[in-house]
Write a protein that binds this ligand. Structure first.
Ligand code: PAF
Length: 283
């Protein structure tokens, strides 16, 4: 695996290698990321991963400084999966001057759910992903990029961005990797105490129960969601949202019995102690 830090180094490494398949990450890699790398290997001539903890997508009180940085083991894991090129820009490589040009996603999609509780998050994500796409694909005439379904709203926002800017990049979704008890794998799971880890599967269970109740369609959706929030609160969590949305636009579905047959997704974000976890379930 070739390790590159600057944009010229990356572009030199990509020269004559064909179409890249790219997995952007913030490091602290786990099986979820590695499964995306395995998907990437089947969708390009050269597999590229990036590690960059993107300051622009963190609010001032969030965990940018303490976000786990595990360079040696990340490199080892990427090598073990047959990743060809790792792009690990330093902050000065990606943001050599203040990044005043930003990609502003559609607020109807980006200011709800995660965007409501983390204002500006998707502007930070879109700006860095656009820039990473430029680093990886501008000299290769496009390719493919793989994103995890765990960050469901992020995946939708990126797909829209690629479509609206007519980027020659195929966006591929990778399934959420889960621990045996159902907990979605996440770098932030590492913040959980042993006790919290025992309780952490409650979020995926709450989403399953929410999806089942929404399918039954025998009560208004707002009531079903409120019951789900209360049940999680009673287990010591502080939920930001537990909600059922259309898969197509992440808006609330029409609250009629027709919802029993719509393609829906249950999405949740909740804090256990000081750790904020997100998850989702299509149904
Ligand atoms: O999902 C992530 O890890 C990040 O949001 C991404 C896509 C790497 C952008 O920083």
């Amino acid at each position: 695996m070739q390790i590159t830090h600057s944009i010229p180094e990356l572009r030199a490494a990509l020269a004559q290698r064909g179409k890249p398949a790219f997995v952007p990450t913030m490091g602290n890699l786990h099986e979820g990321h590695l499964s995306l790398v395995r998907i990437a290997r089947e969708h390009g001539d050269v597999t590229v991963a990036s590690i960059f903890v993107n300051r622009l997508q963190f609010l001032p009180h969030e965990d940018f400084d303490s976000y786990p940085r595990t360079w040696e083991s990340d490199c080892e894991k990427l090598r073990s999966q047959g990743c060809d090129i790792l792009f690990a820009p330093r902050e000065a490589d990606l943001y050599p001057e203040p990044q005043v040009f930003k990609v502003q996603p559609d607020p109807r999609l980006a200011d709800i759910l995660e965007g409501e509780f983390r204002p500006g998050f998707f502007t930070g994500v879109c700006t860095v992903v656009m820039k990473l796409f430029s680093c990886v694909f501008a000299t290769t005439g496009g390719g493919a990029a793989v994103f995890g379904m765990k960050d469901y709203q992020q995946l939708m926002v990126i797909r829209r961005m690629v479509r609206q800017f007519a980027l020659p990049i195929e966006i591929i979704a990778g399934d959420t990797a889960r621990a045996e008890d159902g907990l979605a794998l996440s770098s932030r799971n590492g913040y959980l105490s042993a006790d919290e880890r025992q309780q952490a599967m409650a979020l995926s269970r709450a989403l399953k129960a929410l999806a089942e109740a929404a399918r039954r369609a025998d009560a208004p959706l707002a009531q079903v969601e409120a019951t789900a929030m209360q049940a999680l609160q009673a287990q010591g969590w502080q939920p930001d949202y537990l909600t059922v949305r259309n898969r197509s636009d992440l808006l609330a579905p029409a609250d009629t019995s027709a919802r029993a047959n719509l393609p829906l997704v249950a999405l949740g974000a909740a804090r256990l102690g000081s750790t904020r976890l997100i998850d989702n379930l299509e149904f």
